[in-house]
Every structure is written in structure tokens, then in C-alpha cells.
Design a protein. Structure first.
Length: 182
């Protein structure tokens, strides 16, 4: 079960600009992106920061959408029946972006391995990994080339945190938090 209290405390302790918890499709994704873009305009941040925050947010929610497990809604209790979580918050001199989705527990190991590998790379190595992946032209079964996570690490200056919360034997809730400093 997801620690709902933790998320409510987060909302109370931060200037939450956007919060979405629910089912997702292309139309919902477009709406989330439009709201985020409008919120960033209102906040009157400098253009490069706005672009970075918006880019990372879009990449994270697209990853959540592409990699969610569509079977998860079967057999969950009412308070857990949602597909993705997306939060954009302004905290002092930084922005926090959180995105999460349900995944099959059997995929945790692979994802942890990839995230830990990226966490261990410095800026130069991340750029090299990005260009290697870009020129590799290999696509995953979900249609991506694997650039999304690499680019999230690059744009956030490696301020990325993740968590897996066990839901049941089959599923976990995966959340990714990115901090982007001014």
C-alpha cells in the first residue's frame, strides 16, 4: 500500500503546483503537460530553468505512461486503484518532480540496476552514454530507445531518487523523484 500520509505531508510542506493521481491516456497526458506549462509561466522563472523542469516532467510522465503495468487495477483495494502519480512542487530554490506507476515486481531488479548504473556516472560519462545509446538505434519492446532515464539524469544534474513499494506478490509501486535546482 502506498503511504498516502507521506504524500499529504509533502503537499503541506511544499508549494505544490501540480498533482495528478489517476488513470492515464494520451488526452490526460496532454492535459497534464498543458497545466504544467501554464503553472511554469505563472511562476515567471527564467526560460532555461522552465525548459529543464518542463522537459523532465514530460519525460517522467511519458515514462510512467509507457512503462505502467495495465493489469494492476485488477484486484487492488479502492484506495490503491490508480495508474500513475505525478507531482510538480516548488521548494525554496528548487523544483521537485515526482512520477510513479505500478510495475511487475519481477522488473524491479532490472530497473534498480539501470538506475544505480546511471547514478554512478558523472556528467561526462552520462553524456557519453546518451550519445552511445542515441547512435545504437536499438528500441525496447515498448518502443523507446532507453534515452529517457539517461536524459532525466543529465537534465537534473543527477539529483534523482527512486523507491519501490511492494503492493503484493506480483506488483510494486515505482516512484522517481527528481530535484532541479535554480
Amino acid at each position: 500500500m502506498i503511504d498516502v500520509y507521506k504524500y499529504y505531508r509533502f503537499i503541506e510542506d511544499n508549494d505544490v503546483q501540480l498533482l495528478y493521481k489517476g488513470p492515464v491516456n494520451q488526452q490526460v497526458l496532454s492535459s497534464i503537460m498543458n497545466v504544467a506549462e501554464e503553472k511554469l509561466k505563472i511562476l515567471k522563472e527564467v526560460a532555461p530553468l522552465k525548459k529543464r523542469v518542463f522537459y523532465v516532467l514530460v519525460e517522467m510522465i511519458q515514462n510512467s505512461y509507457l512503462h505502467m503495468d495495465k493489469e494492476i487495477n485488477l484486484g487492488l483495494s479502492e484506495d490503491e486503484d490508480f495508474t500513475i502519480l505525478c507531482v510538480l512542487a516548488k521548494t525554496g530554490n528548487s523544483y521537485k518532480i515526482i512520477a510513479g506507476n505500478y510495475i511487475r515486481s519481477e522488473n524491479e531488479g532490472f530497473l534498480k540496476e539501470k538506475l544505480n548504473l546511471l547514478s554512478g556516472l558523472d556528467e561526462k560519462a552520462l553524456n557519453l552514454k546518451y550519445h552511445e545509446t542515441l547512435t545504437d538505434k536499438g528500441y525496447t519492446e515498448k518502443g523507446g530507445a532507453g534515452l529517457g532515464l539517461i536524459d532525466i539524469y543529465r537534465k537534473s544534474k543527477r539529483k534523482v531518487f527512486y523507491r519501490f513499494s511492494k503492493v503484493n506478490k506480483q506488483f510494486s509501486f515505482f516512484s522517481l523523484q527528481v530535484n532541479i535546482e535554480k
